[in-house]
Design a protein around this ligand. Structure first.
Ligand code: FMN
Length: 377
């Protein structure tokens, strides 16, 4: 295996290891992918300010996210189908995050269920909720998250209708993976992946399967899910979730200042400035360009987290410079998981930690909590 020195190396390994349809599911964005590209390009274009001759021998990356101590300002973002990137992927990801001292978020659309993960780890994780048309089912997911002692609920606001990802359609992506001739040939060249994922306990949506009549069958489950996205969702639903979830509440998918003000008024504990990793509204602003305005509007009242294009410690530093308290990583997590399971995710976190640490030193910063606009060039 080639020497891994950055997240792009893990991406390259992931590409070799998992079937094309799964790799593209993580890697690609919606429509023309303008927002996907802007997320990265605009982060890359921000200059950092090189400083010299400042004693930086003692540095600290420790901080808090929604009041939880973290060893660095990074969390794993919720990602659907994680367990198709590596067998029991959610458990591997959660263990790696916990060992590194950062939060892990389990998606509603995970392969391992809330209970699978809770039974396999010793510390609380965050649970991400999609409010579905069947509100009774959404309420039951909240109850399950409470029973599993999840320490925060991440309510995703930017997917009441799904943006189209062309590659998923072209690849015939389905859950559980469907054997067509084209993907059978592809899967045949990925025997390690096939052994780990296809022979594993679960290959379908762990949180949903038991709920749906005949939920193990592909057609019934997909039909149920397709019918569950609810264009009628509104801020009233956020109020409702607030009323049934007494714990930490994080609202994910804020890009607009007006939405940010409404979100802050709900009494949430944090918002995530996010465009869903360029997978929803194509043409939406890059996350990093939306961040300063949201911070200006509500930063004095609400903690602000950030995601979209974060693949290095330098990216984390830039988001912190604009006022984020911490970042979430989506694609970088999935690439590293596909590349090496728990060890792969541990490697990705370690790479980003070292990059952030060195960037702090070279900008003359000793404490991650001191990062502000003064580190920008
Ligand atoms: C493959 C994939 C699946 C995702 N699934 C979910 C999900 O189930 N729930 C959710 O709130 N966000 C989901 N997201 C969005 C991420 O939580 C996050 O906002 C985004 O990936 C951040 O951008 P990045 O991938 O550039 O780090 C998903 C992202 C990816 C790449």
């Amino acid at each position: 295996m080639r020497t891994v020195t950055n997240i792009q190396d893990l991406r390259a390994i992931a590409q070799r290891k998992v079937p094309r349809a799964i790799f593209h599911y993580a890697d690609r964005g919606s429509y023309d992918e303008a927002t996907l590209k802007a997320n990265k390009a605009e982060l890359a274009a921000i200059p950092l300010r090189q400083r010299v001759m400042i004693d930086v021998s003692n540095r600290s990356l420790a901080t808090t996210m929604v009041g939880e101590p973290v060893s660095m300002p990074l969390a794993i973002a919720p990602t659907g189908l994680t367990g198709l990137f590596h067998g029991d992927g959610e458990i591997h990801g959660c263990r790696a995050a916990h060992a590194a001292g950062i939060p892990f978020t389990l998606s509603t659309m995970s392969i391992c269920s809330i209970e699978d993960v809770a039974g396999a780890v010793s510390k609380p994780f965050w649970f991400q909720l999609y409010v579905m048309r069947d509100r009774g089912f959404s309420a039951s997911l909240v109850e399950r998250a409470k029973a599993a002692k999840c320490s925060a609920l991440v309510l995703t606001l930017d997917l009441q209708i799904q943006g189209q990802r062309h590659m998923d359609i072209k690849n015939g992506l389905s859950v559980p993976p469907k054997l067509t001739l084209a993907n059978a040939i592809d899967i045949a060249t990925k025997p390690v992946w096939a052994a780990k994922v296809l022979m594993g306990k679960r290959h379908s949506f762990g949180n949903l399967a038991e709920r749906v009549p005949g939920g193990d069958s592909l057609t019934t489950l997909s039909q149920w899910i397709a019918g569950q996205f609810d264009p009628s969702l509104s801020w009233k639903d956020v109020e409702w979730i607030r009323s049934i979830w007494p714990g930490k509440l994080i609202l994910k998918g804020i890009l607009d200042v007006e939405d940010a003000r409404i979100a802050a008024a709900t009494g949430c504990d944090a918002v995530v400035v996010s465009n869903h990793g360029g997978r929803q509204l194509d043409g939406a602003r890059a996350s990093i360009s939306a961040l300063p305005k949201v911070v200006e509007a509500i930063g004095d009242r609400t903690e602000i987290l950030f995601d979209g294009g974060v693949t290095s410690g330098q990216d984390i530093m830039k988001a912190l410079a604009f006022g984020a308290k911490g970042c979430l990583m989506g694609k970088a997590f999935l690439w590293s998981l596909a590349a090496g399971g728990q060890a792969g995710v541990a490697k990705a976190i370690d790479i980003m930690r070292k990059e952030l640490d060195v960037s702090m030193a070279l900008t003359g910063t000793r404490d991650v909590k001191d990062i502000d606009r003064s580190v920008l060039g």
